[in-house]
Every structure is written in structure tokens, then in C-alpha cells.
Design a protein around this ligand. Structure first.
Ligand code: AMP
Ligand code: MG
Length: 405
């Protein structure tokens, strides 16, 4: 392995961006099924909201002209309109319409007087409606004017977005399809938890962690389980999954050890681009394809797998979803203590957020003692701190890039 095979993170990301040219096609789903997806189109309001002038309070719809200068009015109740009914007849001079919240205001009326300011007297109503009081009418289009863009492509659909889309009466929306990702752990030592551990074995840590990281990144995950360090077996599983997935991810077996097969088998069926990344932790990382399905080879050490997934795996998934190349969803926060690092490589450290007012993160604390095989701090960390190749001496208070875990 010559140093020429070592790639910087930026080179690796640029290669991935150029390799994955086309996003997977967006899909049309019902508004309710769009939950948690990213919108793949701008939404233009085809109707106004509210759709018609309607009462904001229970009370009486009146004509302001009928109110005397002292603010009093005595009117004949000519109709009753409840929410869900159609307002058919025009309100004439001297008339009031009894109305409930949400009911259409009849033509001719320009004000709703709340029922607390009204006194019934047979088929008449005595009202107090002083000049300058609230009109209590929600005007057509005051919330959303027909023709305006109410949501842009890229918006994540949560409950609030579903409310607006439903109110506009949309049947379906175009969303970014979830990339189908197949995940395989490799290693003779690995056992699924829960299970029986024989001497020398360990529980698979990466798969349970990466499944959740993938789902959080928007992927639909197929769990390919654990493969023994057997090149034929590994290749067989990957080839089978390549047929109907957008991305394959393996962990373990990616370095140059005698039991590490991944890099050798990939080239039998496809192509391998880089497999040593200038990054700590996470050096043995590869990207290529098997039967034209992209594959990301992640290192076996859990912290290295997490860090390289956060930087490369998320970039691939974003790219499959149509995002630009190197835009990372990151924050920038000051560190609570200084960090020294050699120049020339990317370094990822686990960190814990310091919260200020309203739970807002104000700073990030680098966690100590982070061998890439160590697990304890994974459970304490909220974030990963990314130190770039040109950074060397980071002082307390310096602002660093922070990725969500
Ligand atoms: P490898 O990349 O296969 O050389 O593995 C590097 C280290 O990571 C070894 O100590 C492996 O036992 C460990 N390892 C590999 N895969 C996993 C996994 N899925 N869960 C936990 N540890 C792993
Ligand atoms: Mg291994």
C-alpha cells in the first residue's frame, strides 16, 4: 500500500459526488404517507385559505350600517348559519344572522358580534357593537393566498406540514424516495445480541448502531446480518443485495489483514475506488460498486464505523436524494477545551453538548480517551467533532464543526 492510495476526505467526497450523478427518482405518495419524507417539489396553493369568509366567533353576523352611533343595534334574526352550512341568502338592512365559529358569513354582513354582547328578545337581538371593535371575520385568503408557494422542495414533512397539505386538499405529493440500503457486518468473531458468546466472540455492535444512523439519514434499511470472513459467502450476499438496492454498506474486513477480504472480492465483481482514507478514526474505508450498485466499505471498529458513516455514508444518501455534493448538515460551536492534532488528516472526536438557555447548545466538550475500539464514550456523546486536515492547534473557545451523532 503506497501513500498514493491514501485519500483526503474532500477528495473522497468529491469522487462520491461525481460517481453518483443521478438521484433516485422521487415518488408520489399520499399526504399521510409523506410523513418524515423530504418534499421533492414546491407546493403552490391551488386554493385560498380560508376558502371563504367565515365567523371567527359564535355570535351574530350583522351589517355595520345598522349600528347606531352609540354602538347599539336592535336587529331581526333572519337566518341561522352553523359551520358546514352554505350561506345562501344575503343579509338585508335591519337583519342579523345567528352564526357559529367557522360558518360562512352571509353576503352583506361585514361584522360578527360575539354572543356575549347580545341579548335575545323573541326573533330580535339587541347587540352592543361599538365602533372600532373587532370584526371577528376570517377573510378568504388571509391565511394563504391562492397561487403562493407555501412549501419548498427539501422541506421535511412533519405534522405541521401535513396539516397545511391536508387543508389545501392535496391528494398526493412528490417526495424524495428513501434510498434502499443493505447493511452487512463481516467478521468470524461476531455474534448477534442476544445470543450465546463462545470464547473469543463479541456481540455485533456496528449493525444495530448503523441501522439507526441510516434510518435517521432517511434510508430504508435491509439487514443482511453477519457474514463470516469467507470471501465467497460475503460476495454472494452482496451480489444478491446489489440487484435491488441503491447502496450496499459493509463493516469490517476492509483493511489489509490476511482475513480481510472485502477489498479483494469487490474487484472481482465491480470496482473499488479508494480504500484508505486520511482520517482518524476510520482509515480503512472504501467506495466502489458491485454489479453497478454503489458500495461503501466501513471499518470494523465501532467508533471508526460511526465516524466514517457520518461523513461518507450520509453524503452518499444525501446525494441519492438529490442533494448537492459536499453540503453537510453541521453546526459550528466553540470547544470547551483545547485539542492538539497533527496536520494533514481529518480527525473525528466524540463530543458532548453544553446546553444553555432553552436547551440551546452553546459549546461542545471533547470527550477523553477515544481509542477507535472503545465503546463507553459512544453512549455519552451527543455529537462528533470534525477537525479538518489543515487544523492543528485548536484552542479553548475556537469554533469547530459538529455533526449530529
Ligand atoms: P476489521 O475491520 O474486520 O479488521 O475489524 C476491526 C476491529 O473491529 C476488530 O477488533 C473487530 O473485532 C471489530 N469489529 C468488526 N466488526 C465489528 C462489529 N460489527 N461490531 C463490533 N466490533 C466489530
Ligand atoms: Mg474482521
Amino acid at each position: 500500500m503506497s501513500d498514493r492510495e491514501v485519500r483526503s476526505l474532500d477528495d473522497a467526497l468529491a469522487f462520491i459526488a461525481s460517481y453518483i450523478e443521478a438521484a433516485i427518482p422521487p415518488m408520489r405518495v399520499s399526504v399521510s404517507a409523506a410523513y418524515d419524507h423530504l418534499l421533492a417539489e414546491d407546493i403552490v396553493a391551488s386554493v385560498s385559505l380560508p376558502r371563504f369568509d367565515n365567523a371567527a366567533m359564535d355570535g351574530f353576523a350583522i351589517r355595520t350600517d345598522d349600528v347606531r352611533p352609540d354602538g347599539a343595534a336592535c336587529l331581526k334574526i333572519s337566518q341561522t348559519i352553523t359551520a358546514g352550512q352554505e350561506a345562501l341568502s344575503t343579509l338585508r338592512a335591519g337583519e342579523a344572522a345567528r352564526i357559529t365559529t367557522g360558518a360562512p358569513v352571509p353576503p352583506g354582513a361585514d361584522r360578527v358580534v360575539v354572543q356575549e354582547a347580545a341579548r335575545l328578545d323573541g326573533d330580535q337581538v339587541h347587540l352592543r357593537a361599538p365602533a372600532g371593535g373587532k370584526l371577528h371575520i376570517r377573510k378568504k385568503g388571509e391565511d394563504v393566498a391562492q397561487g403562493t408557494v407555501v412549501m419548498v422542495a427539501g422541506t421535511r414533512i412533519g405534522p405541521g406540514q401535513i396539516a397545511l397539505l391536508s387543508s389545501l386538499g392535496l391528494r398526493s405529493v412528490l417526495v424524495v424516495a428513501r434510498p434502499k440500503v443493505a447493511l452487512l457486518s463481516t467478521g468470524d468473531e461476531l455474534v448477534d445480541n442476544p445470543g450465546l458468546l463462545e470464547p473469543g466472540k463479541i456481540f455485533d455492535t456496528n449493525r444495530p448502531m448503523l441501522i439507526r444512523m441510516l434510518q435517521a439519514a432517511g434510508a430504508a434499511v435491509t439487514d443482511l446480518g453477519i457474514a463470516r470472513d469467507d470471501p465467497e459467502l460475503i460476495l454472494e450476499r452482496l451480489v444478491a443485495a446489489a440487484a435491488d438496492h441503491d447502496l450496499l454498506i459493509s463493516t469490517g474486513g476492509a483493511s489489509a489483514g490476511f482475513a480481510d477480504h472485502l477489498t479483494r472480492i469487490i474487484v472481482r465483481r465491480g470496482y473499488l475506488e479508494f480504500w484508505k482514507l486520511d482520517m482518524r478514526p476510520g482509515k480503512p474505508v472504501g467506495f466502489g460498486d458491485i454489479d453497478d450498485c454503489p458500495i461503501l466499505l466501513l471499518p470494523g471498529n465501532p467508533l471508526a464505523a460511526a465516524a466514517s458513516f457520518a461523513l461518507l455514508g450520509r453524503a452518499i444518501i444525501a446525494r441519492l436524494g438529490g442533494k448537492g455534493s459536499n453540503e453537510r448538515h453541521a453546526w459550528h460551536l466553540p470547544v470547551t477545551s483545547g485539542i492538539a492534532k497533527p496536520p494533514g488528516r481529518t480527525q473525528v472526536l466524540l463530543g458532548r453538548l453544553r446546553q444553555g438557555l432553552l436547551g440551546r447548545a452553546t459549546a461542545v466538550e471533547p470527550l477523553p480517551d477515544q481509542g477507535s475500539a472503545r465503546l463507553r464514550y459512544l453512549a455519552v456523546a451527543d455529537v462528533m467533532i470534525v477537525l479538518h486536515s489543515e487544523q492543528t492547534e485548536i484552542l479553548e473557545g475556537d469554533v469547530v464543526e459538529v455533526l449530529p451523532f
